[in-house]
Design a protein around this ligand. Structure first.
Ligand code: ADP
Ligand code: ADP
Length: 231
């Protein structure tokens, strides 16, 4: 089942930079799909177009077989697409549950009862196999835990397709393994994950499918087992 398809997608920025040129790929339900490429390959631009942060110059995006226009992040959220940023976007002085509830306000409405909010956030976390303390202050958490909260925030808004922007950039090797275990668990629950990276070794370890980008174009599609990593 193809949950999202990109066909001939292109983006030329106002300054004339052709960041993305005729990119096509699809996401299958329940897969972990890596988009790999060096800096400047156009990976972030593709992600931004999938989240309504940039408008394509050419090409089409289809979600569940229907062509869509993603004009703003809200359009993406409405289609159950969520973006997890490379830079943590959490409010450090607030609790885990407050961050998650605040992020979901446009979708779920304001939370008035703190105990209820904590309970509900913990319940949702548990359904995704995440063991969290909803009352913990975000500033006290390790970076890997913060990222887990970011992912939960996106899930709580109803995302079923998760876009991860360089998710391992600031993680230790152990945190990276924990992250990949967590996202594998999510795909087993029917989520689809696409992440961008320039680290080939990660792709080999975790991805079900790989799209390789260079100079704004797709230059290859490989099975992770065929990825060779120079030692
Ligand atoms: P990657 O994520 O693979 O590093 P990007 O999508 O960030 O690639 O960038 C692709 C190309 O587009 C690069 O040449 C980059 O400098 C350029 N670019 C990115 N954002 C903008 C922008 N807002 N305006 C102009 N050029 C941009
Ligand atoms: P980077 O290119 O370093 O990975 P980000 O992807 O975090 O940076 O953000 C790229 C740009 O998109 C920034 O200018 C940021 O302000 C904007 N942006 C990020 N998230 C949102 C959002 N949810 N709504 C509107 N703009 C956003």
């Amino acid at each position: 089942e193809i949950v999202l398809a990109v066909d001939g997608l292109g983006k030329t920025y106002p300054n004339g930079t052709e960041a993305v040129k005729g990119v096509s790929f699809d996401l299958r339900r329940g897969e972990i799909h890596a988009i790999v490429g060096e800096n400047g390959a156009g990976k972030s631009t593709v992600m931004k177009m999938l989240y309504g942060l940039e408008q394509p110059t050419t090409g089409r995006i289809a979600v569940a077989g229907q062509q869509v226009r993603l004009t703003t992040p809200q359009d993406a959220i409405d289609l159950h697409i969520g973006l997890v940023h490379q830079h943590m976007m959490l409010l450090e002085s607030l609790s885990v549950a407050e961050n998650i509830a605040l992020g979901a306000e446009p979708v779920r409405g304001p939370f008035l009862d703190r105990a209820k909010m904590n309970r509900e956030v913990a319940e949702v976390a548990a359904t995704y196999g995440m063991n969290i303390d909803p009352a913990a202050t975000v500033a006290r958490l390790a970076v890997g835990q913060k990222q887990r909260i970011e992912i939960l925030k996106v899930l709580y808004k109803g995302a079923r397709i998760l876009l991860l922007d360089e998710p391992t950039a600031v993680l230790t090797p152990q945190e990276t393994r924990d992250l990949f275990k967590a996202i594998r668990g999510l795909t087993e629950l029917g989520m689809t994950v696409v992440f961008i990276t320039h680290k080939l070794v990660e792709v080999k370890e975790v991805a079900d499918r790989v799209t390789v980008m260079r100079d704004g174009q797709v230059t290859g599609r490989v099975e992770p087992r065929d990825v060779t990593v120079a030692k």
